[in-house]
Write a protein of this length. Sequence first.
Length: 344
Amino acid sequence: MAFEIVATGRVAPARRISNDELAKTLDTSDEWIRSHTGIGNRHIADEQTATSDLAFAAAQEALQMLIDHDKSLGGSLEAAAQSLDAIIIATASPDYFGFPSTACLVQDRLGANKAAAMDVVAGCTGFIYGVETAAGLLSIRQDRKRALVIGAEILSKITDWKDRSTCVLFGDGAGAVVIDKTEAPVSGPGKRGLLRSILGADGSGGEHLIMRRGGTRNPYKQGETLDQPPHIEMNGRAVYNFAVKAVTDTMEQLLQEEGLSVNDLAWIVPHQANARIVQAAAKRLNIPEEKFFLNIEEYANTSAASVPIALDEMNRSGKLKKGDLIITLGFGAGLTYGGNLIVW
Ligand code: ACO
């Protein structure tokens, strides 16, 4: 039994904000942002758009590709949606606090009436967790065959736009993949799909990346005047150090468990948080930086959406070829970390 990614999709809001544009209203500069993060632009959703809108659009892109792949769907988007057994959305910026889940909103809009639907909350590692969760759901019942995993975020609405140490880092977007349960081999020659994942967490670091207000620990009180909406607070240096270690340890462990070496990899697709994290990891692992796919210049950090956005960009541009061995890597709020080893 194999779990293969058979279709991908992505979307980013049309509004694109460059570093220079940000610097008009914030004490920062294109030079600082580029040299400290590798970020050049970010896409920002308008006021009317919510996370499920981006998730839905990315899902449609992926289902459109699925129709080309699976001829039994007769070219029908409706049939593609109805063929889904599960929808998982990784997000830290859902439409609604708590419920309904963003996945349920998307399930309804797609008309995916036989799909189970739930959100996964694992910060920027959410998509990595989502892929493994999807494989688990598909494997445990014979009649479940197809899952849609989406990473979707509108971080711009939970960002403190006066805090230059965080607001320059984040962007909005969504990426989606369709995962099919197939009969392809998962070992030996011709092996395909998800080979193995590592998922981990160090909850003791939760304070380093936190939305402090609005939950049951620290609810808003009646009559309280909000000086700020709920927003991301981050200890950038602590997250940076955690991230470099998480990326290198996860890479090494995944390869070692599978008896592979870095030379076997076509691509490493890391969470796009900071190009310097990637550079530091590449140096530690003695891997050429070109092995890491980076599109942070265009999208900034889109949290759980960054890896599926990257996968779709690579897939559509022909960078990813059938049979390529790749590793996806994530790290972020929780603190969480993880990676998926996949034969494309
Ligand atoms: N423009 C100009 N100057 C700035 C800016 C800015 N946007 N932001 C900070 N500075 C200044 C600081 O005030 C400081 O000035 P000082 O020396 O006079 O005090 C100086 O730049 C250096 O600040 P540092 O915070 O030490 O900068 P650093 O080199 O550590 O980079 C950064 C900060 C980019 C945030 C880095 O720590 C980082 O990338 N951390 C990881 C963040 C991350 O990956 N988060 C991902 C998870 S997100 C999720 O899960 C939702």
